[in-house]
Design a protein around this ligand. Structure first.
Ligand SMILES: [Zn+2]
Length: 304
């Protein structure tokens, strides 16, 4: 099993269709589940994809349009009935925390786990940190306050070259510092550069979720160098005139963001209900950024 797997629960836009639920996805980081947006139907998709409630401890809501949060109260209610224990933290704007707190008081009186609200702002800020990852908010350009989420694995330790460690007689107490990148100083005061003792650390995972937004090159700056970008692509070029007034992007604009950000992979989502087949969106994006794929409900993607 991959260490970082993206599970698409829904990749449609405002109105659910027979093909797509509204926005919701789960990033599985070594069996810890991080939900991003929770549109209607998210809990059913979790069941179909056999993603366990017990492993879900964080839910990130990008903004307070219904297609990104109408699934939340239903999901929390089911989790309560399933007797989940521990805690769930909902990262959400202040209005949303107040609203869902009221709904919880009304519908879910006996919740056997802690529900915490972490109030976020439409600014750039690290909102979650564990020993392995950080999650940062990235301001989007939408009709209401909206953020994307940048998940980044923390830098890993460098690999020791066993033969060189032996050759220079490096004491055990110095090994951790060398793995962190320090040079080694011998008893005679000779500096052994780190590069002689180690090889590069394994690459780190990074994933940016960008929805909903009009085209904004500043977003590319903020997520520069991210391996995989999910970007909303509500429209094809034919309906480009609708994108900006409605606070959305075309597939080509999403591709331009991936290109400017120097990403390795682009996933398109948040498709308008007018498309029965999203291949025109894929083709338009690929002309600008070839390594593009279309999201689909039920899809699992191993992240780079
Ligand atoms: Zn929206």
């Amino acid at each position: 099993m991959a260490q970082f797997q993206l599970n698409i629960l829904g990749c449609g836009s405002a109105i659910p269709t027979a093909r797509h639920n509204p926005s919701s996805q789960i990033l599985d980081i070594r069996d810890n589940l991080f939900m991003i947006d929770c549109g209607e139907g998210a809990q059913l998709s979790m069941r179909k994809m056999r993603l366990k409630y017990t492993r879900l401890n964080h839910i990130f809501i990008s903004h307070l349009h219904g297609d990104h949060c109408f699934g939340l109260i239903g999901l929390l209610s089911s989790m309560a009935l399933q007797e989940k224990t521990g805690s769930v933290t909902i990262h959400i704007f202040e209005d949303g925390a107040e609203l869902f707190d009221q709904q919880l008081k009304f519908f879910c009186r006996d919740v056997p786990f802690d529900i915490k609200f972490n109030v976020i702002k439409p600014s750039r800020e690290v909102i979650f940190e564990s020993h392995a990852i950080t999650v940062e908010t990235i301001p989007m350009s939408h009709r209401v306050p909206c953020v994307g989420f940048l998940f980044k694995e923390k830098p890993k330790l460098r690999h020791l070259k066993g033969d060189m460690v032996k050759f220079y007689n490096v004491p055990i107490k110095d090994l951790h510092g060398i793995k962190e990148g320090n040079d080694f100083i011998t008893a005679d005061g000779v500096v052994v550069p780190n590069a002689r003792l180690t090889t590069d650390a394994d690459p780190v995972m990074s994933y940016a979720y960008c929805s909903d937004t009009t085209f904004n090159p500043q977003i590319a700056e903020m997520i520069k160098g991210t391996n995989t970008i999910y970007h909303e692509a509500t429209y094809s070029n034919e309906f480009a005139h609708l994108a900006r007034p409605r606070g959305h992007s075309t597939a080509a604009e999403a591709a331009r963001i991936a290109q400017l950000a120097e990403a390795k992979q682009l996933i398109l989502g948040h498709f308008s209900k007018r498309y029965r087949d999203e291949s025109p969106l894929l083709n338009e994006a690929k002309e600008i950024f070839p390594n593009t794929i279309l999201a689909n409900d039920g899809m699992r993607i191993d992240l780079l």
